[in-house]
Design a protein around this ligand. Structure first.
Ligand code: F6R
Length: 256
């Protein structure tokens, strides 16, 4: 894992945008795995301002709530079109977001997985992290080999997301999410975490044991992971000084 600690979320998002932009310039038909939530908002804003060519890009979103229609303001469909897709020239048919209204969840999940392979596999997966260590909506105890499927949110995650729904009890219990096994198949992973609320989950994911109790710790098994943090999210890392030194002293050929 490469741990990149930046002073603020804005600085971290600029580093992340540089990584995504470089991929899109080098591989115009790249396949991106995308996250929603507060964390990638500044990244998406930066990417929009960069005016990159998205005409051959394909995207797969990590997850979606089961129940709310795509037009619901808290749905991840709505989020992605609002904050990214409508501002870039990505073809609508290249955008994939789990269908939270599907009548046959297992069949839909199989089709979602089956669409990733012919698209070429995910080149870069953008991730946020939950306060309980979830990635996608793979809550603690999710199998580290899991595939796209239905999951039930924990009370903590429902409470963390209550703001978008106007109250804890309005947050759906169920979601469709890519599995940890699905995420680990991406060629490169970019995990972002900003703010003090993420410090404990990040410390456990980066420096703790690999355990289903902190699903993000499974990223230790992936060979190409960059973790971009602001100072508050890095606050509980015991080797933060070492990570800073490594990043500040990278050989030129290794930059980004
Ligand atoms: C969203 C997702 C989740 C979020 C996580 C953090 O697509 O997969 O894992 O990344 O819940 O959410 P925020 O960024 O709102 O703190």
């Amino acid at each position: 894992m490469e741990i990149i600690i930046q002073p603020t979320a804005k600085d971290g998002s600029a580093v992340a945008a540089g990584i995504v932009a470089r991929l899109l310039r080098e591989k115009p038909d790249a396949v991106l795995g995308l996250a929603t939530g507060r964390t990638p908002l500044l990244l998406y804003r930066e990417l929009v301002q960069m005016k990159l060519d998205w005409s051959r890009v394909t995207t797969f979103n990590l997850d979606e709530y089961v129940g709310p229609p795509p037009a619901h303001p808290a749905s991840f469909h709505c989020f992605m079109w609002e904050h990214l897709f409508r501002h870039v020239n990505v073809p609508k048919e290249n955008v994939h977001i789990p269908d939270g209204l599907t009548k046959d969840v297992p069949a839909f999940c199989r089709q979602y997985e089956d669409a990733i392979r012919p698209a070429g596999g995910i080149d870069l997966q953008v991730l946020g992290i939950g306060t309980d260590g979830h990635i996608g909506f793979n809550e603690p105890t999710s199998s580290l080999a899991s595939r796209t499927r239905l999951k039930t949110l924990t009370a903590q995650t429902r409470s963390d997301n209550a703001r978008s729904f106007g109250g804890d009890d309005r947050v759906p219990h169920h979601v469709i999410t890519m599995g940890i096994g699905t995420i680990l198949e991406a060629r490169q992973i970019l995990l972002l975490a900003f703010g003090h609320a993420k410090a404990q989950a990040i410390a456990a994911a980066v420096e703790g044991p690999v355990t289903a109790m902190n699903p993000a710790s499974a990223l230790q098994l992936h060979p190409v992971v960059k973790v971009v943090l602001d100072e508050p999210a890095a606050a509980r890392l015991s080797k933060a000084d070492y990570y800073r030194w490594v990043y500040d002293n990278k050989p030129d050929w290794q930059i980004i």
